[in-house]
Unconditional design. Sequence first.
Length: 344
Amino acid sequence: MSKPPKEPKGEKGLTVVEANRPTLALAADLASRVAPNVERYLLRGLEGSDNTRLAYSADLRSYEAYCELHQLAPWPAALETLASYVANLADVGRKLATINRHLAAIEKNHQLLGLPSAINAPALDVLRKGVAREIGKKQKQAPAFSVPHLKRTIDRLDLSRPDGLRARALLLLGFAGAFRRSELVDINLEHLEMVHDATDEVLVITLPKSKANQAGEVEQKIIFYGENPAYCPIGAYNAWIAQLGDRTEGPLFVSLKRSRPGEPGKPTDKRLADRRVNLLVKEHLGAKYSAHSLRVSFITTSKLAGQSNDFIKNQTKQKTDAMISRYTRLDDIIKYNAGRSLGL
């Protein structure tokens, strides 16, 4: 068996990093040759890289399939390849946000592979501006619902059935916690804890990870009691978990199984699909709403109530004020207009 080639050595015997080797390959190789504590951090870094690539996997598969079809080299991507791919996405009717997401996936994979990227080339920037003008910049955004509309929805639920109890808990927790649908379905029973302090009793939900928290830092959302028991998120949560029996671990929101047509479905131990969350929101709140409406409605309602961006970000976990502005739905320029408060 031939010996692996030795790493080139620089001054004082230090390993020279080879520019033509992928960054992840270098990190994986280094992990096998260092102290255990260094290896642990390197492996966590590689794990994060794998998670990032998984999140972008569908977009990367689409890009690589396009390159294979047209006999183009995907990695590293030539400027002409990227330009051709962007134009193709625009021609087949992809939205501007979708095109930008594909390019972000391609750029991130270049970084993970340690390869140069042409994503920020001036010519490609000009092309992207042309695409934006051609197909328009306006994205279809999830609308916000009002609290009265949410309450009317809760009033219509049949709370004698498990599906009604699940829908109430999902809607109220999703709204009160400003959850993404992926976060909602990822909640486990062991992630929830009732916490008491001198003035309050609250439900603390610990998120092991989220879209904006791939590093696994501790991230928590706080759910407060509602003034009206009929619309109280914690009361809705307690009523739903009573349907789960003596379970203390596993998914909070699960699918339901009917024994016979027309009978109430009984909770299974199978985690609810995030697509199902979207369908449940549309079914109960209305077809124009989506699961994302739970999050944008929290932000919009909070802004209208005079809450500061810092208070809002404590729940949404967004990093910037710009994201709060982007998610606030105050599109009715007659209803929401500072001109009303001039005192004239």
